[in-house]
Ligand binder design. Sequence first.
Ligand SMILES: Nc1ncnc2c1ncn2[C@@H]1O[C@H](COP(=O)(O)OP(=O)(O)OP(=O)(O)O)[C@@H](O)[C@H]1O
Length: 647
Amino acid sequence: MNTTKTHAKPSTPRSATVPDAGEIPVWARTETIRRIVTVLLGIAAVVIALFPVIPNRSAQSTVIIALVVAIGAVGLNIITGYTGYLSIGHFAFIGVGAYFVAILAKVVPGVPPLVWVPVAGLVTALLAVLLGLVTYRSRGPSFVIISIALLFLMRFVATEWKAVTNGTSGITMPMYSWPREWGNWPIHLSLVVLLGLSLALSWWIRRTKFGLGLIAIREDEGKAGTVGVNSPVYKLLAFAASALLVGMAGGVYGYFMGFVDPVNMFSILLSVQLVLAVILGGRGTLFGPVLGAFIVVPLDIFANNTGGGGNTRLVMFGLLLIFLVVLLPKGMLPSLSHQLERIRTRGTAGLSGARLGAADELSVRDRPKAPDPSELAARLKTAPPILEVEGLSKSFGGNQAVNDCTFTVPEGSITGLIGPNGSGKTTVFNLISGTLLPDAGTVRIGGTDISRMASWGRAHRGLGRTFQSTRLFKEMSVLENIAAPLGSFSIPQMGLDAVSGREAERARELLDFVGLSRYEQAKAGSLSYGQQKLVELAQVLVLDPKLILLDEPAGGINPTLIERMGDLIRDLNAQGKTFLLVEHNMPFVLGLCNPVRVLAQGHVIATGSPDEIQKDDAVIDAYLGDDYLLDIDNSATRRIAVEGSAS
Ligand SMILES: Nc1ncnc2c1ncn2[C@@H]1O[C@H](COP(=O)(O)OP(=O)(O)OP(=O)(O)O)[C@@H](O)[C@H]1O
């Protein structure tokens, strides 16, 4: 498909002016902030790494526990911040790592316990994969409950499997295997290294296709499937990655504590600290969880030592949670960056005020010549079907939404699917794209039965779709949205850069094609509804699908954009794309589609060219109504009158 340079580059709209660099205070400029952050990070890294030079043992312990919680929070951030699954019982992985090292230290005496730390990480990651398999279908609150259940299950196993864990009496770790004067240095440095590795892993994930897939799952898991993201595998690997270094930190933590027992190693309060650290610092950010950990842990220890112990901690956690929900719902780092953004863009018009461009700017250059209608009709008559829907049925409880629905979409056509509200059009789309599975019937693409295939498998086979209400990944940039779809699945592919090389180039071409190049770095959620519809079209096109399902492409957008959407669809069709289109805007459908299928009560009641459909009694009766005939007659009469007066 050739989408390169088919559009004139739109000029910058008057209202979307970018502020002059001179108007932004020096301290708020991106380069200054970048420098300040680098210096602060450098200082923090040196202070944390060299902290044991301070002889105060209690301060050393606080930093060690903060490091453990920071590693736990960075791990938790992968599954909660990036993937959107809130794992409240994540401290269970610290406990498992600690127990694993303690048991091996007991079984294999003479080997320094820190040697077992990497193995503890691998075992914990394996456990996380098992948890991921168990929770395959759970989302939202049910996943939260399962994650808490894991913590209590682990505590139960540690208590009851006495032969291995010593029950409630716990396991005493051997003494430190290094000279006394080294103090906590080896523990401290091991944790610093593990925190560095955790941050490196988290950074790497965020900049790869793997990370972009996880964010897509967080934003809209159903939609992620339709753009080819194999969410079960992505989630399993995210679980494993989120537990690997946490388990290792647990091994070091257990050795530092000198004693592992079910209550302390599977503590719900410590688990809550991990969650608080992530939320306080900023979900989905790289350094937020570390910042959060270094605030929450000293506060917790302070409350424990100076206040009334457990109760004071509970009150403090409760108050902190309320403070976060009310004042900093996005956490410290995102709120800070939001404030800076406001300062940088003060006095400028937002995207909502930006005009898309005048009609002449939007016109398509070198537009492929539209085929002659009679030639097209003849071609479509002999075209093989790219999509075959046969006997498709789906009910929701007693509501038969789709009932023995059968139709085909000829290759190379723009086929319309119309019908009254609630006639089952969107449900048919969901059944074709795999968002829903049918009760009966088959869906074939290019002759292959895909009725039971997962939605990402269908996307890999060349099926793309848009949604009635746009479903972009709103927290991603526009460019990331277009680069997020995946045309295939492989493990090495997950490690590729999220947006780079040929793919980024192609995403930019498509943005240019829909005329929204200037918004490539804007968050998708900040675009207008109509602009989001165009971005969603570009997102579908990036996989170069054979068949594109468009659900109400003209719904809720202004007349200029409707015209533009029609032009884009015609251009793409002329370049070989096949469309199946649901739409209520009759002039739009009848001017664009041929053939048209009409659905009523989940069943196809008529099929034919736009002319045939408009005259079909069943269609007039079930959908168009007698008023529609009147409208046609009136417009025909008006046309005759106008033509008559002109002649
Ligand atoms: N997830 C669901 N659960 C229960 N009922 C549903 C579900 N999805 C659709 N329905 C029902 O199925 C029927 C068909 O709905 P559908 O959205 O497919 O119709 P439609 O033709 O796309 O309507 P519209 O033109 O208004 O978008 C409706 O009665 C609707 O209430």
